[in-house]
Design a protein around this ligand. Structure first.
Ligand code: ADP
Length: 253
């Protein structure tokens, strides 16, 4: 497991972003860091700014101010240099629907110039419980199967840093548990760093080394789950979440 001596993988400093010149800040001065081998979650109500923050970490959105460094490289200028070491999956994934599951993964594997791509894809299909769908067109998959396919795609380049935006939102409990154990294995065996968002507080409690709570574009609390619960005198993350950010403060609901 990651400790204070583990190297820093990502450092975000005072990142801000708004979508219109006089609009509200979607992300309003966020600083955070991730160490190698950490599993960290960002939780917060809809509209808190989680996706905007992740898009900036990925270099897909440019911050209005502040910076994100990944493996020591500034994402504003050096994204290409480190892109092969990072990957991402979200629920609003769009894949070439006329290609089969295997063809899709093959296309992404070729982008990353992976070696032994055939056997890597077969292993990922097994881990994501998609082996029997390998020759099925993606357009014919269920929502949960597409979500697993998206995660297989995100793992194709063996990323050192993985971002997952609500990875288990559309998965049934059994498949969610299987996915968590696959990811945990990658964290344990290869020191992968994982940052993910989730609305499932039980999952966050059990699965995360550390949690950032976000509300109205800002980080409002941070820490290891037991420490946070002790600090706020709550017995579970759900109550803590309601106490600190609460549903009433969501901007989208
Ligand atoms: P979360 O992921 O926590 O639900 P988002 O980052 O999606 O939050 O949204 C943060 C804020 O930015 C919200 O007020 C949302 O309406 C706004 N927002 C997000 N994406 C866009 C966009 N493409 N254009 C305009 N406003 C946006």
């Amino acid at each position: 497991m990651a400790g204070p001596e583990s190297p820093e993988v990502l450092v975000a400093e005072e990142v801000r972003k708004r979508y219109s010149i006089d609009g509200p800040w979607a992300v309003d001065g966020v600083s955070l860091s991730l160490r190698r081998g950490e599993v960290v979650s960002i939780v917060g109500p809809n509209g808190a700014g989680k996706s905007t923050l992740i898009q900036m970490m990925l270099g897909l959105l440019v911050p209005d101010s502040g910076s994100v460094r990944i493996f020591g490289t500034d994402m504003a200028t050096g994204r290409r240099k480190i892109a092969h070491r990072v990957n991402y999956a979200s629920t609003d994934l769009s894949l070439p629907y006329s290609l089969t599951v295997r063809e899709n993964l093959m296309a992404y594997g070729l982008i990353y110039n992976m070696r032994n791509i055939g056997s890597r894809i077969d292993a990922l299909l097994g881990e994501m419980d998609l082996s029997s769908f390998r020759n099925v067109r993606v357009g014919r998959l269920s929502t949960g199967q597409v979500a697993r396919m998206g995660i297989a795609k995100a793992l194709i380049n063996d990323p050192e840093l993985l971002f997952l935006d609500e990875p288990t939102a559309t998965l049934d409990p059994e498949v969610s548990a299987q996915l968590r154990s696959t990811l945990q294995k990658m964290v344990r065996e290869r020191g992968m760093t994982l940052l993910y968002t989730s609305h499932n507080m039980r999952e966050v409690e059990r699965f995360s080394d550390r949690v950032y709570l976000m509300g109205e574009g800002r980080l409002v609390a941070e820490g290891r789950v037991p420490d946070l619960m002790a600090r706020y005198a709550t017995e579970d993350l759900e109550s803590l979440f309601l106490q600190i950010v609460g549903r009433g403060r969501s901007r989208d609901e």
